[in-house]
Design a protein around this ligand. Sequence first.
Ligand SMILES: C[S@@+](CC[C@H](N)C(=O)[O-])C[C@H]1O[C@@H](n2cnc3c(N)ncnc32)[C@H](O)[C@@H]1O
Length: 205
Amino acid sequence: MLTFLRQFFRDARNTGSIMPSSPALARAMVHGIATGAPQRWLEVGPGTGPFTRSLLAAKRPGDRLVIVELSKDFCVRLDADILAPWKRANPEQAAEVVLINAPIEDAKLEPGFDHVVCGLPFNNFPPELVERIMVQLRALIRPAGSLRYFAYVGARTLRDGRGALRGAAPLAAIEDRVLAGCARTSDVVMANIPPAKATTVILPS
Ligand SMILES: C[S@@+](CC[C@H](N)C(=O)[O-])C[C@H]1O[C@@H](n2cnc3c(N)ncnc32)[C@H](O)[C@@H]1O
């Protein structure tokens, strides 16, 4: 909690919130993720790791998880508090979970992920960056795979690079463009501060 607040004051735009997501939002983001043959999952923007915890709880031997986080401080905490203890308890799966400290835009990732769980604060980003990242994430997912992301309820407009509201560029317009042809469902999770809308996008087969 304090780590999150500290990081918010250091980098409000990229942190996007003063506190981590709730277990209820984590459940909505990760529901039904582990089915069938071993899978490859990507988590973007784990912060202090509420979604990471749910992913690790769902992970079966053979599932692989790549995590990409911009902030060095969050990476250090995530590793110390969640990843290292989990790897000590599951040594045979340790090599299947990889943390990369980089902006997702620069991460060199092999496409074909089954599911991408994205914790980025899209509503804080300039529209061009949101579109670029959504295009990138869509390209990383296999046919019929899923992209999951969330937005705070009421945060309907994106901001430009200087933090000013840019009402003409709602997240919905970018979603419609980039995610055309995909099935999209959303759940509002009230048990989160603030309440959030978790969206699951299924790519065409
Ligand atoms: C709103 S916080 C969400 C953290 C966590 N998923 C949660 O729900 O509590 C956004 C996270 O995305 C990270 N982030 C922001 N921009 C990023 C980027 N371009 N690439 C990777 N991570 C980024 C931030 O450092 C932060 O950890």
